[in-house]
Design a protein around this ligand. Structure first.
Ligand SMILES: *Cc1c(COP(=O)(O)O)cnc(C)c1O
Ligand SMILES: [Zn+2]
Length: 424
């Protein structure tokens, strides 16, 4: 918190003080980057001090976050992040990428990456005394907000498309948020949420709008580098720097995860805690590829599409953080790739069968992108490559069954089983 000195507009570069603005740039509606006082942080903090922390959650990085400690110790709000980092040997062999790591953010309290953002937004909401927090969501952002709000006793309102997977809607309702299912798209829910926040005085969490979501999401960059280093060398309180992988693959809808990841890495680079920026590869579905299209055209103009992918968490007509998302790949010598829904279903099977990670379609999209990148010869064989799974497969069982196929139904007799086994 003491390191939080204000915001900078990602479009016009204008600076604002911490309490001067709430959401986007008043001049051009650009997304705001949170500005930290790196020189001050460098004096007060070293990577080794964080490594010595016993807090195995995003809150071990509190000095690098623009919020005060939210409290609520002993609740799931304190259990967000520090998700496992695996080295899946069989998956690596199958993908032909020998130095492969897999980070599973499906193992967050509400089973998606979005908990990182919602935890930090709830901390901010409590700090500014918000009565109600509202968000538009394809499902996961809302589930995460509902869950974190339940942990903090913070009233929450969620607007989601009525086509959201049942498990996600069940989460919203179970956590006690007020839930409104919009007979329309995520994009329509998004615009309605902005109107409602203005009308009712609610604090708005919307992705690619509230500057604190990317700050929560940037914690994954810190974890990746810290875990990557500890895994190779063990904990070391005297350590002065961390290592980053050479390439990171992440799925992209609104573009806020990749922007947050990029921001966290830029923080580490500015602090001198890592030496090189990894290449960031953003993966979209061909059925929802507005950011990919801009990247391929070589500009930052995000043209809306009519999204059709079965990967509901990345099904977005007009990505709200597209400009920063394009830059994340361009400025790091990474790239965007688009994969089909069939590629995504195959990725779900490979992740589950070769690495025992059950991902929802949008989560598996990152791995589908890695397979594509490898086929296209975009990866150097020496690169250490990290793939991020962003959501748990139980979030969308219908999609999972599409990937896995159905089980045979048999009579409860050995002869029926023998017959079925010989066929199967
Ligand atoms: C939200 C989400 C994404 C995409 O994040 P954006 O910030 O919208 O790009 C990817 N995977 C899952 C599981 C998500 O919930
Ligand atoms: Zn601006």
């Amino acid at each position: 918190m003491p390191g939080f000195v204000g915001y900078r507009c990602s479009l016009c570069g204008e600076r604002y003080a911490p309490n001067e603005v709430t959401y986007t740039c008043p001049a051009d509606s650009g997304n705001l980057d949170v500005v930290l006082d790196y020189a001050d942080l460098q004096r007060r903090l070293a990577p080794g001090a964080i490594e010595a922390s016993e807090d195995f959650s995003i809150w071990r990085y509190l000095p690098l976050l623009p919020v005060e400690d939210p409290g609520h110790v002993g609740t799931p709000l304190r259990a967000v992040g520090w998700t496992p980092l695996f080295q899946p040997e069989r998956l690596a062999a199958k993908a032909g990428v020998p130095r492969l790591w897999l980070k599973d953010d499906g193992r967050n309290p509400t089973a998606s990456f979005k908990d990182r953002a919602s935890a930090v937004v709830v901390a901010r909401a409590q700090q500014v005394g918000a009565r109600v927090v509202v968000t538009a969501s394809t499902g996961n952002a809302g589930a995460a907000l509902a869950g974190m709000a339940a942990a903090a006793g913070q009233p929450a309102v969620i607007l989601a498309p009525k086509t959201a997977p049942a498990a996600k809607v069940a989460q919203l309702l179970m956590f006690g948020a007020r839930v409104f299912l919009v007979d329309g798209t995520y994009d329509q829910a998004f615009d309605l949420t902005l109107e409602a926040a203005g009308e009712f005085g609610w604090y708005c969490r919307n992705t690619g709008y509230n500057p604190f979501t990317a700050e929560g999401k940037k914690t994954v960059a810190f974890e990746i580098c810290e875990q990557f280093t500890r895994g190779r060398a063990g904990g070391d309180a005297a350590r002065r720097g961390w290592e980053a992988p050479d390439a990171i693959f992440v799925s992209v809808g609104d573009g806020n995860i990749i922007s947050g990841l990029h921001k966290g890495l830029k923080d580490l680079l500015a602090l001198g805690w890592i030496e090189r920026m990894p290449r960031l590869f953003g993966i979209q579905s061909t059925g929802s590829a507005a950011i990919y299209n801009a990247f391929v055209r070589g500009n930052e103009t995000i043209e809306p599409v009519s999204a059709t992918t079965m990967a509901d968490s990345i099904s977005v007509d007009l990505p709200r953080d597209g400009v920063r998302a394009v830059r994340a790949a361009r400025e790091t010598q990474g790239a965007y790739l688009a994969v089909s829904d069939d590629d995504i279903l195959a990725a779900m099977r490979d992740l589950a069968r070769e690495a025992a990670v059950f991902a929802e379609p949008a989560g598996a999209t990152a791995y589908a992108g890695l397979v594509r990148a490898q086929q296209e010869g975009r990866l150097h064989p020496e690169w250490r490559v990290l793939v991020l799974n962003t959501g748990n497969g139980l979030k969308d069982v219908r999609a999972a069954m599409q990937a896995s196929g159905q089980a045979a139904v048999i009579s409860p007799t050995l002869s029926a089983l023998r017959k079925a086994v010989s066929i199967g």
